[in-house]
Design a protein around this ligand. Structure first.
Ligand SMILES: [Zn+2]
Length: 126
């Protein structure tokens, strides 16, 4: 009986230590993300979806060129200097190509004929 109580106490102590460690780790990660010296753009990702499926998630801070193609058609997305635009597309209406480049989270470019959405998301909110 006494043996059992000791075991339980030891288990409780281990769990407590584990919880404290997790808290410390969580706090450390949180502080790292909230670091003010981090440039804002480093936290933003460009997400490309076709038919509701994510095909790209890349940092906005790095210049890039993405090709989003499906059976519906192709869009070439350009990331340059912290802004995103559709450079080329073979859709009939070309609305996506004429959409003003986006730079802020919550903004998106939509190509309806290709069912493609390019959006900027805050990676730390995920
Ligand atoms: Zn389009």
């Amino acid at each position: 009986m006494i043996e059992n109580k000791k075991k339980t106490e030891r288990l409780a102590l281990s769990i407590l230590i584990l919880l404290i460690l997790l808290c410390v780790l969580g706090l450390w990660l949180f502080n790292r993300n909230a670091d003010a010296s981090f440039p804002d753009q480093a936290r933003l990702n460009v997400v490309v979806e076709i038919k509701g499926q994510q095909i790209y998630s890349v940092p906005l801070s790095e210049d890039n060129e993405l090709v989003a193609s499906s059976d519906l058609g192709e869009n070439i997305i350009e990331i340059k200097g912290g802004s995103v635009c559709v450079k080329e597309a073979d859709c009939p209406n070309q609305i996506c190509v004429h959409t003003v480049p986006i730079t802020a989270p919550g903004r998106s470019i939509i190509c309806l004929p290709h069912r493609m959405v390019v959006s900027i998301v805050d990676a730390t909110l995920k």
